[in-house]
Design a protein around this ligand. Structure first.
Ligand code: ADP
Length: 654
């Protein structure tokens, strides 16, 4: 076994490989770009080497720099993770030429599976079923159109060098064939520098079922299947193992086909053979076809690990170090059911737009395996894939595992950047998905309801008001306040850019009445939990750098109107607006006697080169204006006073 390995990757997969390497007693070397100097994978590794700028081409794709780092640190092997250089045969050759071990298949095996058309020929020869279609060299549009007619519509045009769904077009109508062909070729030329395409029969209710294989260069075993049919734009969203509805007969047929595929190319290490399955009327042993082979560890490998108990990275390292296959086919069995959900920083209602941001708060549930490359305080940068974590659950049955997925997702807390968490949770609760009725079109068919962003109810908003006022922490004794008068405070914050005004009355320690919108709720702290209107609720309230979040099934995020002003108001707790910091009064917008509503602009203070708008934090009447435009004021200076509230509440608790 090696003493030291280098991980040529970043993010969750680098961390995941380091975990296993460390458990095996190996020392680890991380590599990092300028953008990742403080990243989790760097902190986890025993050593780390800086390899260049933030763009992948300047760092994680620089094979020469990575090999140099391995040599400089004395690493004996390089684990590529997935993506980046993991399927680059030239890199494999360079690693070997440097006298190092590449943890993965040979360059030759990668090349054989690199292009979809060549791979299909090879698979046909090996007796693996392939999707009916044309994958020959003739790229003449007339010829391709003739092939499409022969196959029968609808057809799928695919770039032979394709990946990630690029250069792919479905054609329903022969009249539109040439137009689609041009589109696919153009996209393929731009994305892959190769505009060759193949034509396939389009499978009407397709399911994506893939088989995990593992080889030692000669022999291979399979570790059963994963169903990755829950996709959006050909990107996997939730994966599971085993596939719902799978029969023993079909599993054996698919497993054997996958092993044949791996052995046909002398495959070493972990690989995945992807099949497309016709789900139109149940799973049939003659209803699956080879799509492609991924010659690396796959993002969704944890679901296979969960059901087989195998650590695939451990196997990778053992086989790369020269050991024989760690198990025979008969040693392998399926235990229970597993799901993986991919948690991304993306704005679902805005068309799944990738998002960036600093993770002001991040907490994962205990009931799931959460593979992540980030910690609270880390930034999701625009340079890399915006994945935050993979949430993996396991249970004795699919039903139990799915319930755990739902619970794990609702127990996942992220604040500081938008995520697809609510979307994942809606999927976990989708009826068709629960019934195992999955195909690649499921998400698109129900996109509207799945992508709907849940709205914070008045109870969540009321909780947020406590957080904004800092009343949520520990017991809040009434010391410092007149015990005979209930303490009332107004506050404002924003929810999705809209202002929310609330009035909070402290009834006694840890008990509050909150008026918000048109509602009024009584909230009481109950140990670590909350009771709202007498009912215990499973909500958590977290105040963090970016505001306040209420996690209650979904995450609802609230921002202070102006952190400086809120602090100033909270500090005074009275009807007096004070200067939050020394500054220049730029303008005063109100006069004594004037009625104002919560949120109205009162004055503008220029401080620290910025203008801060001071707004009314409750409805009221201006009692006094104590500052004028042009005046320099000290921190804490009283600027504007609101008339005292009516005495209606006085004496209530006397
Ligand atoms: P890429 O390499 O670009 O990801 P794949 O060949 O792996 O492309 O296909 C991606 C996805 O497209 C599949 O998971 C499946 O959902 C869909 N797909 C591929 N081939 C077909 C087909 N013949 N019929 C229907 N859907 C298909």
């Amino acid at each position: 076994m090696f003493n030291k390995i280098l991980i040529a990757n970043r993010g969750e997969i680098a961390c995941r490989v380091i975990d296993t390497a460390r458990a095996m007693g190996l020392r680890t070397v991380a590599v990092f770009s300028d953008a990742d100097a403080g990243a989790r994978h760097v902190a986890m590794a025993d050593e780390a080497v800086h390899i260049g700028g933030p763009a992948p081409a300047e760092s994680y794709l620089r094979g020469d720099a990575i090999i140099a780092a391995a040599r400089a640190t004395g690493a004996e092997a390089i684990h590529p993770g997935y993506g980046f250089l993991s399927e680059n045969p030239d890199f494999v050759e360079a690693v070997e030429a440097a006298g190092l071990v590449f943890v993965g298949p040979s360059a030759a095996a990668i090349r054989k599976m690199g292009l979809k058309d060549a791979a299909k020929h090879l698979m046909e020869e090996a007796g693996v079923p392939v999707v009916p279609g044309y994958h020959g060299p003739n790229q003449d549009p007339e010829h391709l159109s003739g092939a499409a007619d022969a196959i029968g519509y609808p057809v799928l045009i695919k770039a032979v060098a394709g990946g990630g769904g690029k250069g792919m077009r479905k054609v329903d109508d022969p009249a539109r064939f040439f137009e689609a062909l041009e589109g696919a070729k153009g996209e393929a030329a731009t994305a892959f520098g190769n505009d060759a395409v193949l034509i396939e029969k389009f499978i009407e209710k397709p399911r994506h079922i893939e088989v995990q294989v593992f080889g030692d260069g000669t022999r291979a075993v399979h570790l059963f299947e994963r169903d990755c049919s829950l996709q959006r734009r050909h990107q996997k969203v939730i994966e599971e193992a085993p596939a719902p509805g799978m029969t023993a007969e079909m599993r054996a047929a698919m497993g054997q086909a996958a092993v044949r595929a791996a052995e046909a190319i002398g495959y070493a290490g972990a690989g995945t053979v992807e099949f497309i399955v016709d789900g139109a009327d149940g799973l049939r042993p003659d209803g699956f076809w080879f799509m492609e082979m991924n010659t690396r560890l796959q993002v969704e490998h944890p679901v296979t690990e969960a059901i087989t108990g195998v650590d695939l990275v451990e196997w990778q390292l053992r086989v790369a170090a020269g050991e024989a296959l760690p198990a025979r086919q008969t040693d392998l069995a399926i235990g229970g059911h597993a799901f993986e959900a991919r948690l991304y920083a993306e704005d679902v209602p805005r068309g799944f737009l990738p998002a960036t941001g600093t993770l002001a708060h991040l907490a994962f549930p205990d009931i799931a395996r959460c593979d992540t490359g980030v910690r609270a305080g880390d930034t999701i940068s625009p340079w890399y894939d915006p994945m935050i974590a993979k949430i993996v659950v396991h249970g004795p049955t699919r039903e139990v595992a799915l319930k755990r997925l739902d619970r794990a997702l609702s127990g996942t807390e992220v604040a500081g950047c938008v995520t697809n968490l609510a979307f994942l949770r809606a999927l976990a609760r989708h009826e068709g998905f629960a019934a195992g009725d999955v195909d690649t079109g499921l998400i698109d068919r129900d996109l509207e309801s799945l992508a709907a962003d849940p709205l914070a109810c008045s109870r969540s908003r009321a909780l947020a008001a406590l957080g904004v006022l800092g009343l949520h922490r520990g017991a809040q004794p009434l010391q410092g306040f007149r015990l005979w008068a209930p303490l009332r405070r107004g506050t404002q914050f924003t929810y999705r850019g809209e202002q929310v005004a609330a009035r909070v009355e402290t009834l006694d320690a840890g008990r509050f009445r909150v008026e918000i919108d048109a509602a009024c709720h009584e909230i009481a702290r109950d140990g670590d939990r909350w009771r709202i209107d007498g009912q215990a609720v499973a909500a958590t309230l977290v105040a963090h750098g970016a505001g306040v979040s209420v996690f209650w099934g979904n995450g609802y995020h609230f921002e202070p109107v102006d952190p400086l002003q809120v602090a100033a108001e909270a500090a005074t707790g009275s009807g007096v607006i004070t200067a939050p910091m020394p500054g220049l009064v730029k303008a005063v917008h109100v006069a004594p006697g004037q009625s104002v509503a919560a949120g109205d602009r009162l004055a503008i203070l220029e401080a620290m080169k910025m203008e801060h708008t001071l707004t009314a934090w409750r409805d009221g009447v201006i009692a006094e204006v104590l500052a004028e435009a042009g005046q320099q004021v000290d921190e804490g200076a009283a600027l504007i006073a609101l008339e005292e509230l009516e005495e209606e509440d006085e004496g209530e608790t006397a």
